[in-house]
Design a protein around this ligand. Structure first.
Ligand code: HEM
Length: 421
């Protein structure tokens, strides 16, 4: 009898929580397992990423319906090339980046002022907030409101669904993610239809995507506009805010780098009389560019990408079916980067060895928002450097790695205006 009880108690205390963990966070558990797998090196990464071009490898996101079947990450071949062209034109080319630089600065500057008023902040939380506000502005011309707060929650629910086991019954993260996706879909679809009905356009990503035509004069349909807006928020939200948080974190620990950043940006700011910077200022901000690249390298915001072989592929005696291209292993390898875990923008005085810097992936799927991500980081660094000082409250806080790397205290910091400002 006692044995029976022990068995049931053991089951309840052990197996049930494990099952719950598997249902809610199974992909995170898989990611943990991948940490232990054989590392893919420079040539292997290149082999997989470049072979995507000839259709050898395809991409497969977990739960593709959640992000949208017609979004850029879920389509291949000519459909992918067409959509990618639209997206690059809307967010990654100089003309669009120039407009975006103007749109995002007032909000960034306002956020920094409010952080200084608070005196102490969780950098992870505040940076996420302002990044999302800017995404709403850039993508659909929305200012912060109760609706954008709800959207933020829906995106959080959606992203949690990618990471969960796709079990569709009440109470699971996947079911919740589907409900969030539906709400986002309704909201963006109504907006697309309103713009078509009223024949209005805004200077934002949604109108950009709605108006563009391919070589045959064909525009995107409503599904494509909605799915791609959703996928771009998913791709560009946590990644960018995480990178900005790590920039602030590392600079707080690197007074030498911060001093050089302040010198360069101070000079730019004097030329501008303290006003906003524009895309034209960025080429002269050489040290800032090094801080940007070093931040993204060390942060390893996207530590891996996934591929699926469409046909039999043999690589060095291994038969490949599904691949995790382990980008992080390149950026933390002492063969490619001296003292790889240290934050040292000066290492960018020399370019990295070919194929060893793949923070944005490679081949035909290389990040479509890489210039936008760099722009946002550069602008944030500029305003931080010229106007503020900050100090980590727990400089030795432990770092967690799932789902994204982050100090456990969210990079809590004291934050104030520089006295010279
Ligand atoms: C520091 C920030 C970012 C990092 C480290 C990053 C990293 C990556 C990586 C590694 C990939 C390749 C995925 C693969 O090969 O499967 C990727 C793809 C992509 N990224 Fe980013 N990303 C960032 C920011 C952004 C932003 C701001 C956007 C746009 C708003 C964006 C949009 C995309 C899109 C659309 C793709 C898919 C491209 C395709 O399939 O053709 N990313 N990103």
């Amino acid at each position: 009898m006692a044995v029976d009880w022990a068995w049931w108690v053991g089951l309840l205390l052990g197996a049930v929580p494990l099952l719950v963990l598997a249902v809610w966070h199974s992909n995170d558990v898989c990611h943990c397992a991948f940490f232990a797998l054989k590392r893919w090196r420079r040539r292997a990464n290149k082999f997989v990423l470049k072979s995507s071009q000839d259709g050898t490898f395809g991409i497969r996101w977990p739960a593709p319906k959640l992000v949208g079947l017609s979004c850029v990450v879920n389509v291949e071949g000519s459909q992918h090339a067409r959509l990618r062209g639209f997206i690059l034109a809307a967010i990654n080319r100089p003309a669009s980046l120039r407009a975006i630089a103007e749109v995002i600065q007032p909000r960034l500057v306002g956020a920094l002022r409010s952080w200084a008023d608070k005196g102490t902040i969780s950098a992870a939380t505040e940076i996420k907030k302002v990044t999302f506000e800017n995404i709403c502005k850039m993508f659909v011309s929305r200012d912060p409101s109760p609706l954008t707060d709800k959207m933020d929650g829906w995106f959080a629910g959606l992203v949690a669904g990618f990471r969960a086991f796709p079990l569709d019954f009440p109470g699971t993260a996947y079911r919740h993610a589907r409900a969030c996706r539906k709400k986002l879909d309704t909201m963006f679809r109504e907006e697309v239809q309103r713009r078509r009905r009223e024949d209005t356009a805004s200077n934002d990503l949604m109108s950009g995507l709605m108006e563009m035509e391919d070589e045959q004069g064909k525009k995107l349909c409503d599904d494509e506009v909605v799915d791609n807006i959703v996928s771009l928020v998913v791709a560009g939200y946590e990644s960018t805010s995480n990178a900005i948080m790590w920039a602030a974190y590392h600079l707080a620990k690197s007074p030498h780098a911060l001093r050089k950043l302040r010198e360069e940006n101070g000079a730019v700011s004097r030329d501008k009389n303290g006003g906003f910077i524009s895309l034209d200022d960025i080429p002269s901000m050489k040290y800032t560019a090094k801080v940007v690249e070093e931040t993204i390298r060390v942060a390893n915001v996207a530590p891996m990408v996934h591929r699926v072989a469409h046909r039999d592929v043999e690589y060095r005696g291994n038969y490949i079916k599904q691949v995790v291209v382990w980008l992080r292993s390149l950026h933390t390898d002492a063969n490619y980067y001296d003292d790889p875990l240290s934050f040292n923008p000066d290492r960018w005085d020399k370019p990295p060895k070919p194929g060893t810097y793949q923070v944005f992936g490679g081949g035909p799927r290389i990040c479509a928002g890489n210039m936008l991500a760099r722009l946002q980081l550069t602008i944030m660094l500029h305003h931080l450097a010229v106007g503020y000082k900050w100090e980590l409250l727990n400089p030795n806080a432990e770092v967690t790695y799932l789902p994204h790397s982050k100090p456990v205290d969210g990079a809590a910091m004291s934050f104030s205006k520089l006295s010279s400002v």
